[in-house]
Design a protein around this ligand. Structure first.
Ligand code: UDP
Length: 237
């Protein structure tokens, strides 16, 4: 096989990616499918970190809208990401992919606490590292956690998994003639308020020059294609 385009990646999976056709929770078929995609690139020898969201279970903003204290609601959101992380670990290990769940909030019975050097060692040993509990701080998002962990793990690219093929000039769910944008700059994303990732995450990637590829996780073999250097989705750089 030709030299891979990337040998160290961070995949950001939103909680929504696990929903499949469900209105809430984790779709077993979907998580299996994603695990299979991850396994394909793991077999190519790529170091893989995953940051997982929790929006399929709980979001801080939802709790706050119901009158909860925002910080408490955000902690609930972070706990939701732990549930998703454990589900993904189980699913990957059923495919014989070794994993470690690393939590930004200590939960020693079910995960390892976040220690940067230790996480790097897991990657070196060929384990897929699943980061949960976001940054460990309320008022942040798992997109920002993804940008942060990508820098810390020395990832060459942040892969943002979505349900559409990339970034469009208008909402592809609403407009049939929406056009896929193949390449765009960080500044354009921020200026046009495009829903790629939240602005804190985009700003961090811009500051440290970390490219983002927005991709459709429902497309078979999508992660493998990216590692093979094929042009898919939208490149933000
Ligand atoms: N969250 C947080 N700090 C973080 C990451 C996440 O407080 O560093 C909370 C926040 O309430 C958020 C929830 O966890 O709504 C779930 O994460 P997110 O919304 O980013 O998940 P996704 O949209 O990717 O499913």
């Amino acid at each position: 096989m030709a030299k891979p385009a990337y040998n160290n990646i961070l995949l950001k999976l939103s909680g929504e990616a696990l929903l499949g056709e469900l209105p809430f929770g984790i779709d077993d078929k979907m998580i299996k499918k994603i695990s299979f995609e991850v396994k394909q690139v793991w077999e190519m020898g790529v170091s893989i970190s995953i940051v997982i969201g929790g929006g399929n279970i709980f979001r801080g903003i939802k709790g706050a809208a119901l009158g909860m204290d925002r910080a408490s609601a955000d902690y609930m959101g972070m706990l939701a990401t732990v549930i998703n992380g454990l589900a993904l670990q189980d699913s990957l290990e059923k495919l014989d992919v070794p994993t470690r769940v690393i939590s930004a909030i200590e939960m020693r019975q079910i995960s390892e606490p976040y220690i940067r050097r230790r996480a790097l060692r897991h990657l070196e040993k060929g384990r897929v590292v699943i980061f949960v509990a976001g940054t460990g701080n309320p008022y942040f998002t798992t997109d920002t956690a993804a940008a942060l962990r990508a820098m810390e793990m020395g990832a060459q690219v942040l892969l943002k998994a979505t349900k559409v093929d990339g970034v469009y000039d208008k909402d592809p769910m609403v407009y049939e003639n929406a056009k896929l944008i193949e390449e765009i700059t960080y500044i354009q994303v921020l200026d046009q308020n495009l829903k790629v990732m939240d602005s804190t995450a985009i700003s961090m990637c811009m500051e440290y020059k970390l490219p983002i590829i927005v991709l459709n996780i429902n497309k078979e073999g999508i992660l493998k294609s990216i590692i093979e250097g094929k042009k898919v989705g939208t490149l933000v750089s």
